[in-house]
Design a binder for this molecule. Structure first.
Ligand SMILES: Cc1cc2nc3c(=O)[nH]c(=O)nc-3n(C[C@H](O)[C@H](O)[C@H](O)COP(=O)(O)OP(=O)(O)OC[C@H]3O[C@@H](n4cnc5c(N)ncnc54)[C@H](O)[C@@H]3O)c2cc1C
Length: 569
């Protein structure tokens, strides 16, 4: 049976309802209230994505003793000189505007000091305590207020609507094809401008932190549309993911950095402390160092579930229970005593620094397509500072909203390229036309293992080449495979199949970029090329149409060895 798509029109179409998507909607509406704006989201607006999961907080230079130059230098040095300096500059400057808008216009309450100033806490890799927060539920505060504001305006919503393909028109984007997950119907939304804000998310790894609705769909669609992706080898691992066995989705979720900051010890399977052997800062070293040491140690001496332990008891169980109430309760739910005993942990894939290449106004190489948030690449370089993620999505979401509102004024709708919608539907329909049954869960486990073992925290040429062979095999099985359940309405196995198609395509780019980068920087560590290489000759990876190129970083504001702080003084 030939499937057809119902068609809708909107001036601005936003894919994703995290910090980036909702800020874009609010800013576009504020700039031009007469425009029709539609937010389309795979989950429920306000309830999905990772902005809601933000615990730690939001980096912004607010204090008199701090400065945007200092925040900028921390971001560049943290990113090992790979960030695009113009994007990083925009991030640190506009974060100040956005945090004020969040508090003064959108209704967020952040924690305050006794003198009434906003409280800012310490985060790793920063030379100043600049992380604004609401206890450890910062993301819930931001998302609840943003969602309320969107609901209060004339902004349309398509919930549980999954974007599956960017549809090109003549000289630009025509719109996006969706599956309405509730009915299984195809919907084509024609738009003058489209924002890609589906939040990246490295959920192709066995252990990962992001929400389950994220499967790199935005990056995979961008790839298929021929857009360049940069820095894809840069996947950040958080050292302490909870390891509670395979029966629970709690495995992989984050136990916050503050545990190590407060003096927590990491122990190997023999219950011996090992971090001092790897780094003078021991457990307080940055995420990449600690994750790497843990990965090496768990090969030698693993805990029962194949990880390591975190131990807090030496700090005093009562103190730990008081200061880390939420973490202690979460661990207790999984049968662990964080305050007085040992909790099994494992490094867990947390964030993708890489994404779609974009200009400082959020435009991309495809006219009418814009990008913001974790789908974009270039702001963080080789490593994202904790607290710069939500700043990135809100800052560039707002920029995208402003840009799109101005851009659509003199644009008409573009007709879709002939046959493009039908071809995209045919791709989605493949598992209903094939005859050879596949086990989607088995393929997912194979993807998880390949990415974790061969494209994970420590890589080398042999592991990456072997991973590419595995990934091509998984891709071929997905393409030829059939699903047992043939209904379209709310068929979660079908959506798992679609998730795996996106994840496998993006995993191949990660492995290809990791193979091409023959040095070790930030989140990317090659055991066969352990040196960082020349900072002055820094190059970033750019993948387009199956070809990977290394391109020189432009030091537009500051060169390695210099500091903007000294220059500014
Ligand atoms: C556990 C955790 C803790 C974190 N803590 C911090 C922190 O303390 N500080 C910090 O700065 N950063 C933190 N981060 C990172 C931060 O959450 C993200 O960088 C940021 O929120 C991403 O925002 P976004 O708008 O790009 O994506 P998200 O907020 O993830 O939103 C993506 C949206 O896209 C939708 N979507 C996905 N696929 C599709 C599709 N095919 N069609 C339609 N919609 C789709 C999703 O449903 C979702 O609505 C944390 C991340 C995690 C996972």
């Amino acid at each position: 049976m030939v499937q057809e798509a119902r068609t809708l029109d909107t001036d601005i179409l936003i894919l994703g309802a995290g910090g980036a998507g909702l800020f874009a909607a609010l800013h576009a509406h504020k700039a031009s209230p007469d425009l029709s704006i539609t937010v389309a989201v795979k989950g429920l607006l306000g309830k999905c994505g990772c902005t809601r999961m933000v615990q730690g907080g939001y980096n912004v230079a607010l204090a008199n003793e701090d400065s945007v130059e200092r925040h900028f230098m921390d971001t560049i040095e943290g990113g090992k000189w790979l960030p695009d300096q113009e994007l990083a500059w925009k991030l640190v400057v506009l974060a100040i505007e956005r945090i004020k808008e969040l508090e003064n216009e959108l209704g967020c309450f952040f924690d305050r000091n006794p003198d009434g100033t906003v409280h800012q806490k310490a985060f790793a890799g920063q030379t100043f305590d600049r992380t604004v927060h609401k206890g450890d539920l910062t993301g819930i505060e931001i998302m609840n207020r943003l969602a309320e504001q969107v609901w209060a305006r004339n902004i349309d919503r398509l919930e549980e609507c999954r974007a599956v393909e960017l549809i090109r028109g003549k000289e630009g984007i025509s719109g996006v094809l969706f599956i309405d997950m509730r009915t299984g119907e195809y919907v084509f939304v024609r738009a003058k401008a489209v924002l890609l804000a589906t939040g990246g998310g490295p959920t192709m790894y066995k252990y990962h932190t992001p929400s389950g609705d994220k499967s790199c769909d935005g990056l995979a669609m961008a790839l298929r549309a021929g857009l360049p992706l940069r820095d894809m080898e840069m996947v950040q691992f958080h050292p302490t993911g909870l390891l509670a066995g395979t029966h629970t989705r709690m495995t992989g979720t984050v136990l916050e950095e503050g545990l190590r900051g407060a003096g927590g010890h990491l122990l190997n399977g023999a219950k011996e402390r090992f971090m001092p052997r790897y780094d003078p800062l021991a457990e307080r070293a940055t995420r990449d160092f600690v994750s790497r040491a843990m990965f090496l140690e768990l090969q030698k001496s693993p805990s029962p579930h194949g990880g390591l332990y975190i131990s807090m008891a030496h700090l005093g169980p009562e103190k730990v229970a008081r200061e880390f109430k939420g973490m202690v309760e979460r661990c207790a739910d999984c049968g662990f005593d964080l305050a007085g005993g040992l909790v099994e942990v494992v490094p867990t894939a947390h964030y993708m620094m890489g994404g779609v290449e974009f200009a400082a106004d959020c435009s991309t190489a495809l006219a009418g397509l814009f990008v913001a948030g974790e789908d974009s690449g270039g702001v963080h370089g080789a490593n994202r500072l904790g607290g710069n993620g939500v700043a990135n999505s809100t800052v560039f979401g707002a920029v995208a909203g402003d840009t799109m509102a101005a851009w659509v004024r003199d644009q008409g709708f573009r007709e879709p390229e002939r046959g493009a919608i039908e071809a995209a539907i045919a791709q989605c329909e493949r598992p209903f036309g094939n005859s050879k049954r596949i086990d989607v869960e088995d393929l997912r486990e194979r993807l998880y293992e390949t990415m974790w073992q061969k494209v994970g925290i420590v890589r080398d040429a042999a592991s990456l080449e072997s991973a590419l062979v595995d990934l091509r095999g998984i891709e071929a099985e997905l393409a030829a495979g059939a699903l047992a359940d043939r209904q379209r309405a709310f068929n979660l196995t079908w959506h798992d199949w679609l998730n795996l198609v996106s994840l496998t395509q993006v995993s191949k780019v990660i492995a290809t970029a990791a193979l091409a980068r023959r040095d070790s920087r930030g989140a990317h560590y090659r055991s066969d090329f352990p040196d960082a290489g020349s900072l002055e000759q820094s190059a970033y990876s750019s993948f387009k149409d199956g070809v990977l190129a290394m391109k020189p970083v432009v030091f537009s504001r500051v060169k390695p060895g210099q500091s903007l702080l000294k220059n500014a003084a």
